[in-house]
Design a protein around this ligand. Structure first.
Ligand code: ADP
Ligand code: MG
Length: 376
């Protein structure tokens, strides 16, 4: 049984990137104390928290030290080992448990789970070697995408095969060396959307309005809310959100990514058992943010009904955008500017984001489109 934790209690977060930082902002605002475990000293989350344990994510002694110092433990990413969680559970509450982690860490388990819950995933075939790859391509028909089953993010560990005749087998072999892969049919996308759901240990949920997402080079570029989709799709997406939350025994925040095809089929793409980049606009646009909801969930407070206070657009600032965006900030009083405070600026690394509240999202999108910051 998970206790309700009131402000003054200490929350431990494994992982100190931007998601940990925004969780910490929410927690601190409410009066909780926060300790971060992350290998990078003064990482984004540690900059806004009460303390940091500098350690690798799999350093069990240090994780136990964190657990002992906290009233509740949470994490900002899905690649925390379930065994580790079971070990630290001896010392503190870990209300999120391990089910959502273990299901979402493996694309095959994740897809099976989604299908068993009654929802559609993209046609795919599991492959162990290059012969099975050939058979999969024959079965599915090109174009296809080969994906590693573990550890992928921002399109890493994926190869798009438009023309199987011209495919580079050495690249596919490189993915297979890492372990089992899947070959997935490439969908003709009309839209990509996501839904954020949060829950507490009593099974109460908060579900956020559907968000529409545009990716560039497989990295999220722009999110807008509300999503412009049919009522049927919206209803279906909420059903998926509620049911997957229940079946995963969700506590805290998760996000489900969807593909809507040109023939209006809704496919569940993947599940992140944590706050999600596409949900950042909830900070300014909703009555509570996905991070507030996460903290409420893991501390077992009641979950509120979510309201969209104003339509919003969120645009990511990658390494190549940050400096120019900072310079341009003076000209944009409408920008809610977020710089995560990462030390090292790298091409395609998520460094920050901007949210714009707007009653005319088309105009806002056009203004973003016309700004040369995001041309690179
Ligand atoms: P990641 O873990 O890197 O987010 P995803 O499976 O979500 O992996 O893929 C990243 C992006 O690549 C998606 O958001 C989408 O734009 C594109 N993509 C991935 N799989 C497909 C597919 N089967 N059909 C069409 N586009 C895809
Ligand atoms: Mg994704």
């Amino acid at each position: 049984m998970n206790k309700t934790l009131l402000p003054g209690a200490t929350i431990g977060i494994i992982g100190g990137g931007q998601l940990g930082q925004m969780m910490s902002f929410s927690a601190k605002e409410m009066g909780y104390k926060v300790i971060i475990l992350d290998p990078t000293e003064n990482c984004p989350a540690a900059q806004v928290s009460d303390g940091q344990i500098v350690a690798e994510y799999d350093d069990l002694d240090k994780l136990i030290e964190l657990a002992k110092a906290c009233d509740v433990l949470t994490y900002e990413f899905e690649n925390v080992d379930a065994k580790t969680i079971n070990e630290v559970k001896k010392y503190t509450q870990v209300p999120q448990g391990t089910k959502a982690l273990s299901v979402t860490q493996n694309r095959i388990l994740e897809k099976d789970f989604i299908e068993e819950s009654g929802f559609k995933v993209v046609p795919h075939v599991v492959i162990e070697n290059i012969f099975e790859y050939h058979r999969a391509v024959e079965k599915l028909g090109a174009p296809v995408i080969v994906k590693t089953i573990r550890g992928g993010y921002d399109g890493k560990g994926q190869i798009l095969i438009n023309d199987p005749e011209k495919a580079c087998f050495a690249d596919i072999e490189k993915l297979l060396v890492q372990g089992t892969c899947i070959v997935e049919k490439k969908i003709d996308l009309k839209k990509e959307v996501s839904v954020v759901v949060a829950a507490n240990s009593d099974g109460e949920t908060s579900i956020f309005p559907v968000i529409e997402n545009v990716h560039r080079h497989n990295i999220l570029h722009l999110s807008t809310c509300p999503a412009v989709i049919s009522q049927n799709s919206e209803k279906h997406i909420y059903e998926v959100g509620e049911k997957l939350a229940k079946n995963l025994e969700l506590v805290g925040t998760m996000c489900i990514e969807f593909f809507i095809s040109t023939d209006d089929q809704v496919y569940v793409n993947e599940i992140a058992p944590r706050p999600h980049n596409s949900g950042h606009l909830t900070i300014e646009a909703c009555n509570i943010s996905q991070f507030d909801a996460h903290i409420r969930g893991v501390c077992n407070l009641q979950m509120p009904k979510i309201e969209l206070l104003k339509p919003a657009a969120m645009i990511n600032l990658l390494g190549q955008h940050l400096d120019n965006a900072k310079k341009d900030l003076v000209n944009h009083p409408e920008w809610h500017f977020h710089d995560y405070g990462k030390d090292e600026i790298k091409q395609n690394r998520k460094m920050g984001h901007i949210t714009i509240l707007s009653d005319d999202l088309e105009k806002t999108k056009q203004a973003i489109e016309n700004n040369s910051i995001w041309d690179v």
